[in-house]
Design a protein around this ligand. Structure first.
Ligand code: COA
Length: 173
């Protein structure tokens, strides 16, 4: 059965995202009020559910997603201080709140989830440099390195003082 990335465009699908994020980040990992506090961010993000099955499965009423994620489009960084474009435009998509429910982890599901996201991003960016960025929690650096992400910062404290590192992957130079 293929895994499919399903845009969470309807209110019902957005609720599914929040339910998974609460289960993983609040109940499992102990973050407090993280989801509610990020509502302004949520409003400008693109949300996805990961489902087991093809697009047809998305129409089933008993949809039971494996995971969720949100994406932000970061502003392109194309102009230098002389206002002349000296490099092709760079588009940066920022991955946030990547979460699989515990029973669906392992066996490469997380890696496949990110690969589907990268394919989606690549299709959006028709020209120029295309980069995926994320702030990885300590404990997940090894996962992201395995799937091609490179450390771009020192460790810093973010969101309830959890150590993170910014990591990036270039999808197109
Ligand atoms: C992080 C997460 C998405 C990874 O998904 P997963 O299905 O467990 O990972 P995969 O099975 O796809 O792992 C792919 C590879 O990374 C490795 N890996 C997975 N998690 C790892 C970790 N925490 N540290 C080091 N390596 C890890 C696997 O061993 C595998 O290696 P292999 O290809 O040599 O076999 C999942 O564990 C999760 O949802 N965790 C809770 C939420 C979370 O912490 N999100 C990250 C926020 S930054």
């Amino acid at each position: 059965m293929p895994l499919t990335l399903l845009p969470a465009t309807s209110p019902e699908r957005r609720v599914r995202c929040i339910v998974i994020r609460k289960a993983v980040f609040v109940e499992e990992q102990g973050y407090t009020q993280l989801i509610e506090d990020n509502r302004p961010d949520d409003d400008i993000a693109i949300h996805f559910l990961l489902i087991n099955g093809d697009d047809h499965a998305a129409s089933l009423p008993d949809l039971s997603p494996l995971g969720t994620v949100r994406l932000f489009l970061q502003p392109p960084t194309t102009l230098n201080d002389t206002s002349r474009i000296t490099t092709p435009p760079t588009t940066i998509y920022f991955i946030s709140r990547l979460a699989l429910l515990p029973q669906f982890r392992g066996n490469g599901t997380g890696a496949q989830f990110v690969r589907l996201l990268e394919e989606w991003i690549f299709e959006q960016v028709e020209v120029g440099r295309c980069v995926v960025s994320l702030d990885a929690q300590r404990g997940t650096y090894g996962f992201y390195e395995k799937i091609g992400y490179v450390r771009e910062s020192e460790e810093f404290l973010k969101e309830e003082k959890i150590p993170h590192i910014n990591m990036r992957k270039v999808l197109r130079e």
